[in-house]
Design a protein around this ligand. Structure first.
Ligand SMILES: NC(=O)c1ccc[n+]([C@@H]2O[C@H](COP(=O)([O-])OP(=O)(O)OC[C@H]3O[C@@H](n4cnc5c(N)ncnc54)[C@H](O)[C@@H]3O)[C@@H](O)[C@H]2O)c1
Ligand SMILES: O=C(O)C[C@H](O)C(=O)O
Length: 343
């Protein structure tokens, strides 16, 4: 009886301490491109996240409108919209713990993600400069395509300003993992909540490598396996085609981006064992000239805590990986060269 009461009291005290510790930790999150197809639902999901205390919404047009709308939702965070005034962007960024970047143009049918490079490279470069100046300590989550090139663009900008920390730069590849889990559940007639498929490599076509051998269904083989791998690699095309010129995935991407941000916020507050696949500055294939690679990454208070390797792969997946590394090398170099030529 006494022991039970003591245990309750101790637990109550622990809860109280835990609550006051986390509630005193303020988390400002900035979204750059907040009025876009991804930006709006992503900002909505962040407004619903109790870890977020301040939401800063920046866009070249429409940021304040989206912010006014979201600010009426009765969750306990503030929402402010910012415009491209002389100080708008830096005010949005100042003090941010996390900066999500979905700014840029999406694909139309017939385009590859690389076709977006000419427009999005300079958008991401300029936003990265602003982040490096106003909130160099923030964790940066790059959503704008082509991710395989835009992430190296951000790293080059940060290096040129002397503030690069590879632990804090992430290409968001969560949508590939979300798709893989959903698509395999459709093939197997299972609940996607119980299906996790590691997806490594990059975020476009054959650079996306689903490791079905490490899923719950390692014996998937033959045509069924090939079809599933292809669907995961080219899932984005399904949405681009269905939207028929009106853009690419926005809602599923917002879900994926919000999930990744939530994982970082939890890890920042001390939760252990938070692992998400993401495209980061990675030692795994540097000896083959591939500076960035998506694999499962353990997150911690400083961002990247530990980069997990891909493990032992069967021959089929080794071949997929080879094609991925080949494509990645070119995509990454293109981003690096762009900043060198257009600082
Ligand atoms: N990483 C992924 O898995 C993934 C998934 C889906 C889409 N994407 C990419 O995300 C990007 C955005 O897609 P979308 O559907 O939201 O496009 P969108 O056109 O609907 O929205 C883009 C927003 O960016 C804003 N913008 C443009 N230039 C800006 C700048 N310099 N500063 C701030 N805001 C700026 C626009 O005003 C617009 O509101 C695209 O490049 C798309 O390919 C990535
Ligand atoms: O397919 C696209 O262009 C958008 C995004 O990268 C996706 O995977 O849905």
């Amino acid at each position: 009886m006494f022991a039970a009461r003591a245990a309750r009291q101790t637990f109550g005290l622990f809860q109280k301490r835990a609550f006051s510790a986390s509630s005193s930790q303020l988390s400002k999150v900035a979204v750059l491109g907040a009025a876009g197809g991804i930006g709006q639902p992503l900002s909505l999901l962040l407004k619903l996240n109790p870890h977020v205390t301040e939401l800063a919404l920046y866009d070249i047009r429409g940021g304040p409108g989206v912010a006014a709308d979201l600010s009426h939702i009765n969750t306990n965070s503030t929402v402010t919209g910012y415009e491209p005034t002389p100080t708008g962007l830096s005010e949005a960024l100042k003090g941010s713990e996390i900066v999500l970047i979905p700014a840029g143009v999406p694909r139309k049918p017939g385009m590859t993600r690389d076709d977006l490079f000419n427009t999005n490279a300079s958008i991401v470069r300029d936003l990265a400069k602003a982040v490096a100046d106003a909130s160099p300590e923030a964790k940066i989550l790059v959503i704008s395509n082509p991710v395989n090139s835009t992430v190296p663009i951000v790293s080059e900008v940060f290096k040129s300003k002397g503030v690069y920390n590879p632990k804090r730069l992430f290409g968001v590849t969560t949508l590939d993992v979300v798709r893989a889990s959903r698509f395999i559940s459709q093939v197997k007639g299972t609940d996607p909540a119980n299906e996790a498929v590691p997806v490594v490599g990059g975020h476009s076509g054959v650079t996306i490598v689903p490791l079905l051998s490490q899923s719950n269904h390692p014996s998937l083989d033959g045509e069924a396996r090939d079809k599933l791998v292809h669907r995961i690699q080219f899932g984005g095309d399904e949405v681009v085609k269905a939207k028929d010129g009106a853009g690419s995935a926005t809602l599923s991407m917002a879900f994926a981006g919000a999930r990744f941000a939530e994982s970082l916020l939890k890890a920042a507050k001390g939760e252990k064992g938070v692992v998400e696949p993401t495209f980061v500055d990675s030692p795994l294939y540097k000896d083959q000239g591939v500076e960035f690679f998506a694999s499962r990454v353990e997150l911690g208070p400083n961002g990247v805590e530990k980069i997990l390797d891909v493990g032992k792969l069967p021959e089929y997946e080794e071949k997929l990986l080879e094609a991925s590394l080949d494509g990645l090398k070119k995509n990454i170099q293109k981003g690096i060269d762009f900043v060198k030529a257009n600082p």
